[in-house]
Design a protein around this ligand. Structure first.
Ligand code: SAM
Length: 270
């Protein structure tokens, strides 16, 4: 159970994510119609780096409205997805019912997973825009380790911490936040990354975590790191100035490229 002093922050974030769900589910960004027709929502990086999932149990942390969870299920994994947003879980369950997929969705804060999700898993997965919502990485890593079977794999792919140092609510993004910022960051802006023209008001509390803190939290909790990779391209066009390359990925054009856009970590519980 997470400390009470974060409750108000989590509540605001939950309300914002509840508002985002119907907008995202109707957006071109998430392509729900194509997803329902069989298109995977997973990207080449995680498909390649996590590898074979068939027959394995997989816990997806912060699953939003479940497209990635259901994509892993289509590849044969036995999946459970959790998310803070009840609207996200409702939407995930609606889509799952339409597609008749054997996936379990649970409304839960990451920190409450030990109380809300029984059992241990072969794989714990989380991706793209997740740890910035979490104030305490040591507790996050402990939840992951406790939910893994011995020999189980943790895999994450996430935007690079340098990306979160900028304030994107300004017309010209400015370097504003700490690489590791323990003090909460509050941002309020119109729209959402999946529909910037939407009139919804996003109110968000977040925390910045550098690579050292992420890796150290996972090691301290008992995981053995297999790799940490950094990438100059990302599957999503969610930051200013990105261009699509010949592989269909987005990158900052050469000459302006100063830092990676993504990183991934694969770790094992011995
Ligand atoms: C950017 S989305 C994840 C994106 C995901 N890869 C996708 O595109 O479907 C972040 C998700 O984290 C969830 N979230 C935020 N804080 C959380 C928390 N403390 N516990 C569980 N889920 C949380 C939000 O509800 C949201 O669905």
């Amino acid at each position: 159970m997470m400390q009470d002093n974060y409750t108000a922050f989590f509540k605001t974030n939950e309300q914002t994510w509840d508002l985002k769900v119907p907008i995202h589910a109707a957006s071109e960004f998430y392509e729900v119609t194509s997803f329902k027709q069989g298109k995977t929502s997973l990207n080449p990086i995680e498909l390649r780096e996590l590898g074979e999932v068939s027959g394995k149990t997989l816990l997806h942390l912060q699953c939003h409205f479940g497209l990635d969870t259901m994509s892993w299920s289509r590849l044969g994994a036995k999946c459970t997805g959790i998310d803070l947003s009840s609207k996200g879980i409702e939407k995930a369950n609606d889509i799952k019912k339409d597609l008749n997929l054997p996936v379990t969705f649970v409304k839960s804060n990451v920190y409450d997973v030990p109380e809300n999700v029984p059992g241990e898993f072969d794989i714990v997965f989380t991706s793209y825009g997740v740890i910035g919502w979490l104030p305490d990485l040591d507790l996050w890593a402990k939840v992951i380790v406790d939910k893994l079977k011995p020999g189980g794999v943790f895999y994450m792919v996430e935007f690079h911490p340098i990306m979160w140092m900028f304030d994107y609510t300004l017309e010209k993004p400015e370097l504003k936040y700490g690489y590791n910022q323990k003090e909460v960051i509050y941002e309020e802006y119109k729209g959402t990354y999946a529909d910037t023209a939407s009139s919804m008001l996003s109110k968000e509390y977040g925390w910045n975590h550098g690579l050292g803190d992420v890796i150290s939290a996972l090691i301290s909790a008992g995981l053995t790191i297999e790799f940490l990779h950094e990438f100059d391209e990302a599957p999503y066009d969610v930051f200013p100035g990105m261009l699509k390359n010949e592989k269909g990925q987005y990158e900052i054009p050469e000459g302006k490229r100063l830092h990676p856009l993504l990183y991934s970590i694969r770790a094992v519980k011995q």
